[in-house]
Design a protein. Structure first.
Length: 392
């Protein structure tokens, strides 16, 4: 197999605090912000002890969560300084912060820009106050619009917005109105996620009690196809199943690393790291992470070596998520496998169903219809009996 460091790495910092938990969310976060100082100390200590492989530099840093914007800019600055002291962050690195419109204090956006944060991803989710209430968001539609305008005024020229579709009772025109409102704010990037009911969340419990009927699968599928068409007409090019950008330059450089097997280091509770072929992930929730830090134990909860067979499975799944698909020559060079010889029967089946984009033989990519069945299609590839060790 080829050496995996084919591009610079990414750095992820998990901020596990939110003002209040949203009804649909199962991410690692909590609403008790009294532990921010302890978290910052443990995080800075973890970053200070990082040992990146020699020769690996980083060109992205992503503050995710949770809600990183609950931290004051000087706290973000402290984390940034710790990263810069310990890890080679390249000039021109993409530095992203996720922000909740309900947490952006006046002046904070300008401070973040001055610290070098050059991309902001704002969790708008909806432009309807009723839908925001259903989701348990802390902000109003007006606050969402205001946050985008203030980010622009503070000098952010790379703004991403997150939206959620597929809510109960949502009509095609409701969803188009949401996308129209988002596009009218002129963001560089849009992420449109289908609402999912994660186990143990308040929304999943309400669904189980029969408080509301979920949107049926056929309608959710139509919303997805609508999204791709509607945003394409407004100049947003889809590059991943849920992600759309105005140009290649403003695609999320950081998230693309996850899909392209680039190395990354994650810090904070629940954060994942991948330095091929090793993957590990940190203790969670925050209390466990803090305990490990206080007793000088590694924050890593578990480690695994991603073997040859597993790497093939992941390369297929992550490749198919992207509209450019799997680059056949890269796949073959990496795994020493004849792609079409190995997966010929699956490819024929996908072609027959209209799920394979046949416009470019150098790539294996799904059509928008195929993207809807991504998980099932990935399982068809996984079911093929490919070798679990590289050819001699
Ligand atoms: S703000 Fe984001 S991370 Fe926090 S609870 Fe809501 S969805 Fe989850």
């Amino acid at each position: 197999m080829k050496h995996p460091f084919h591009e610079p790495g990414g750095i992820y910092v998990h901020v596990p605090f939110c003002v209040r938990k949203c009804a649909y969310c199962d991410f690692c976060s909590e609403d008790d912000r009294s532990r921010i100082p302890a978290y910052l100390n443990a995080l800075v200590k973890e970053i200070g002890g990082a040992r990146p492989p020699s020769g690996l530099a980083f060109d992205t840093l992503y503050f995710g969560g949770g809600t990183p914007s609950v931290l004051a800019p000087e706290e973000i600055g402290r984390i940034l300084a710790a990263v810069r002291r310990r890890l080679p962050l390249l000039p021109g690195a993409e530095i992203t912060i996720e922000a909740n419109p309900g947490t952006l204090a006046p002046g904070a956006l300008g401070e973040l820009r001055r610290l070098g944060v050059n991309r902001i991803n704002i969790g708008i989710q909806s432009f309807s106050d009723a839908r925001l209430r259903f989701l348990g968001r802390i902000h109003s539609a007006k606050a969402g619009r205001g946050a985008v305008r203030r980010a622009r005024a503070a000098g952010f020229d790379n703004i991403g917005l997150d939206l959620i579709y597929g809510l109960p009772g949502e009509t095609a025109s409701d969803w188009r109105a949401e996308m129209r409102s988002a596009a009218a704010l002129g963001p560089e990037h849009l992420s449109c996620y289908m609402l999912t009911y994660e186990p143990e969340t308040p929304l999943a419990r309400r669904l189980a009690r029969g408080d509301f009927a979920p949107l049926d699968e056929a309608r959710v599928g139509r919303r997805y196809r609508d999204t791709v068409r509607f945003l394409a007409d407004r100049g947003f090019v889809q590059y991943e199943v849920s992600n759309f950008a105005r140009s290649e330059a403003v695609q999320s450089r950081h998230n693309r690393k996850y899909w392209n097997f680039a190395p990354y280091l994650g810090f904070g509770p629940s954060a994942h790291s991948f330095i091929p072929p090793e993957r590990w992930w940190n203790e969670a929730p925050l209390g466990r992470y803090l305990k490990h830090s206080a007793s000088e134990r590694s924050p890593a909860a578990e480690r695994e070596t991603v073997g040859y067979g597993q790497q093939i499975i992941e390369a297929v799944y992550l490749g198919l998520r992207q509209t450019r698909g799997i680059i056949v020559a890269d796949f073959e060079a990496r795994f020493g496998l004849d792609f079409k010889g190995t997966f010929g029967r699956v490819l024929a089946e996908l072609r027959r169903k209209g799920w394979l984009d046949t416009s470019d033989a150098a790539r294996c990519a799904l059509t928008p219809a195929g993207m809807l069945f991504l998980d099932g299609i990935a399982s068809m590839f996984v079911a093929v009996d490919f070798p679990d060790a590289p050819p001699a």
